[in-house]
Design a protein around this ligand. Sequence first.
Ligand code: PHE
Length: 513
Amino acid sequence: MAKRDVWGSRTAFVLASIGSAIGLGNLWRFPYVCYANGGGAFLFAYAVCLLIAGIPLLMLEFALGKRMDNAAPGAFRRIHPKFEWFGWFAVGIGFVIVTYYSGIMSYCINYFVYSFNLSWGSNPETFFFGKVLGMTDQPWELGKLQWPLLIGLAIAWVWIVASVWKGTKTVGKVVWFTVLGPWLLLLIFVIRGVTLDGAAEGLRYYLTPEWSKLLIPQVWLAAITQVFFSLTVGFGVMIAYGSFIDDKTCIVKNAWIIGLADAGTAILGGFAVFGALGHKALIDGVAVSAVVKSGPGLTFVTYPEIINGLPFPQLFGLLFFTMLGLLAIDSAFSLVEGVSAALKDKFGWSHKRSNITVGLFGLALGIPYMFGAGIHMLDIVDRFMNFFGLTIVVIGECLIVGWVFKASGMRRFINSHSEGKIGIWWDIRIQLILPALILLMIGFEVYERIMGPYGDFGLRSQEFIFGWLVIIIVFVASILISSVKGTPEYEGRISEIRKDIADRSGDTRGEKS
Ligand code: PHE
């Protein structure tokens, strides 16, 4: 077999992982989820989830990829062949996410063009929902195809596939530019956001937790899934990235760096958004919590608002949407890498063939979001993929690694690849605490849906059925693809590796089955 790709340098690995983590999740998803879940209370829950769940899981994924020398499906297969489908399920959920993620990139590309003459004018909200999206009243009213969005989507996909054309070598170089540039720009927006008239009220909403909100399980579910989404944990991506690291890379330290850099960017970006929300509340004479319809459109309303208040607004518009695009691109291509590394490992496909296949499918599946009903659909798919798909993956990952492979074995492996060491507390979290907590949160969410009203994602609503249908399709596809035979290399090395794992972890069960 061709030698496995390895990162050009250790910094390339860290930057690529940070690049994957920091993306639209930080500046597009984090603000609206935070706003919808009570601002300060959510922020607190987010920080807790990052520390108890996000960073430990990041270590688990890097270690799993490195230990098994494979992307997600192959890695799970090497724990036990009957778990291969689970790895495909994880990358499948990631793939569904990239189909709408690229849609948001298309919004950014369009806004880049609108920046030339500030087309959003003095009412960015009306402009976004009316002119850009042609939004329909409800998801089942398809509306018109928005041609500029479709063109943006095609550009996004060409850009994504071009960026990963040569595997880790291109990725390692591209990320220098896509990670460091945006940070500088973000600072400017934060400074402007917090100095707008009325910003203080917005910041108060952002930073003051209403403690009673922490008793609402949905706030915690929203927080933990935002942490996973933002760290790109639970999509097989970090498993694939982990599989490319060399023996000297310190897993523990890097997981901390990546986790804190990612959260820091989201929290910092929040200052800009909530400053702008406070400003808008002042102008409209309403409370911050009521100022805009919360949801995936928030970013495209608040940032143009900030841009309008800057000197040289055109210039800042161009810079801002360039920055968003750059943040998004390395996240999007990491998802493509996650899927295409799995296809290469299993079927021995060439790099180009895997990337082009993923790109074409991604583009085709993204087209429905470019209609008037697109943003409704995007919202439904996003919620279901994160609330149910992603959480199922994380629970499974904890159980399979924690109990079948054995958490203690993985911890020893992590420690042998790290200067800083982790203790038994990690095992307990992976084996028990995280699966139990997440299951509880999902349980509350489903209960709420069952007891809640029919509409608005209620159990019998079309949204609920549609959301689950997408998850079931990913599930069936994973089973099918795992039942197809892979290359002899993929099939063959398995017994040898499993024996090695069993010997080293002192666990002989793997050998018997
Ligand atoms: N972590 C990325 C972000 O915050 C999003 C992402 C999610 C990327 C899933 C890949 C996979 O934008």
